[in-house]
Design a protein around this ligand. Structure first.
Ligand SMILES: NC(=O)C1=CN([C@@H]2O[C@H](COP(=O)(O)OP(=O)(O)OC[C@H]3O[C@@H](n4cnc5c(N)ncnc54)[C@H](OP(=O)(O)O)[C@@H]3O)[C@@H](O)[C@H]2O)C=CC1
Ligand SMILES: O=C(O)C1=N[C@H](C(=O)O)C[C@H](O)C1
Length: 273
């Protein structure tokens, strides 16, 4: 018998899915109990290790989340918005910790996730790295120190397979900047200018997305004023750092009360009120 929490990884064939599996297999604190893919996927029924091109690990890829989650204490989920909402409900039924890395979530998805969090621990963050979460706090402080003479622009760059924009991280940084300024992001957000846009509105926060090649994830927060600029930048060069953050969240969540948390909670970086 082992008392290591059992973990299911969803979307196991994906870029993050495979990275999460590698990190769980390398962990001495968690054990892999399930591997989920969507119905009809070519990996279903195969041993996960073999499907990933290595040795057998004794875990078969399956498409039944309920059965999978029932045996787990945590679900690591970096998939797609509709899938994540469905998994949130089932993870809550299983009383497992749901670690959500999926981005591109809209209001309707977030509302469903909030319902599920009444019964289970959900840790959700658009970026699970220490560096980005620290950058959100620095961004908030800089935005609080400067007035709207300083234009804020957020530029993000990702690989050419990414489906959502702005990235979840860019939105986290935008939220942090808006909070620092004491405004609601929805009121000042200006996304991807094109055409005769007119001049920049004072106080807007602009978002720009670059997509190309195999860029893992880069984010810049630019504060631009007359005659000077402050540029804060984070570069992720290895997806393993996101996966390690997710594993840390899964462990952290084991003894927490139901509710929604993020990586500031997990990393102990939430500022005192
Ligand atoms: N928070 C963070 O730190 C990070 C978040 N992300 C986010 O994670 C998500 C995934 O990114 P990435 O791994 O690059 O994307 P991929 O497209 O490589 O992987 C997504 C995987 O999820 C699978 N999937 C989709 N729907 C279902 C379903 N209903 N049931 C089971 N599996 C499903 C996909 O299968 P199929 O291919 O068949 O559709 C695919 O294997 C994105 O939203 C991304 O922005 C990424 C990195 C870090
Ligand atoms: O899709 C990705 O790859 C990434 N997505 C997250 C995001 O949307 O910010 C995190 C990271 O930048 C990689």
């Amino acid at each position: 018998m082992t008392d290591k929490p059992g973990v299911v990884v969803t979307g196991v064939s994906g870029r993050m899915g495979q990275m999460l599996v590698r990190e769980v297999l390398a962990s001495d604190k968690l054990r892999l109990t399930g591997a989920l893919e969507r119905p009809g996927h070519a990996w279903l029924g195969h041993d996960l290790g073999e499907a990933m091109g290595g040795a057998s690990i004794g875990v078969r890829v399956q498409d039944d989340p309920l059965e999978c989650f029932a045996r787990a204490q945590a679900v690591l989920d970096f998939t797609a918005p509709d899938a994540t909402v469905a998994f949130a409900e089932l993870t809550a039924q299983a009383r497992a910790v749901h670690v959500i890395g999926t981005t591109g979530l809209e209001r309707k998805h977030l509302d469903q996730i909030a319902l599920a969090a009444r019964h289970a621990v959900i840790v959700r963050a658009g970026n699970m790295s220490l560096g980005v979460n620290l950058l959100t706090q620095i961004t908030k402080q800089v935005a609080a120190a400067l007035d709207a003479d300083w234009d804020i622009e957020i530029v993000e760059a990702h690989h050419n397979r990414k489906v959502d924009a702005p990235s979840g991280t860019a939105l986290m940084l935008g939220e942090a900047a808006a909070e620092g300024r004491g405004v609601a992001l929805a009121d000042v957000s200006d996304r991807g200018r094109d055409g005769i846009t007119g001049t920049r509105e004072r106080g807007d926060i602009g978002f720009h997305a670059i997509r190309g090649g195999d860029i893992v994830g880069e984010h810049e927060v630019i504060f631009a004023a007359a005659g000077e600029r402050i540029v804060l930048k984070h570069i992720a060069s290895d997806r393993a750092l996101f996966a390690r953050g997710a594993l840390r969240a899964a462990l952290w969540g084991q003894d927490k009360a139901p509710g929604q948390y993020d990586m500031l909670d997990v990393l102990g970086m939430r500022p005192a009120k």
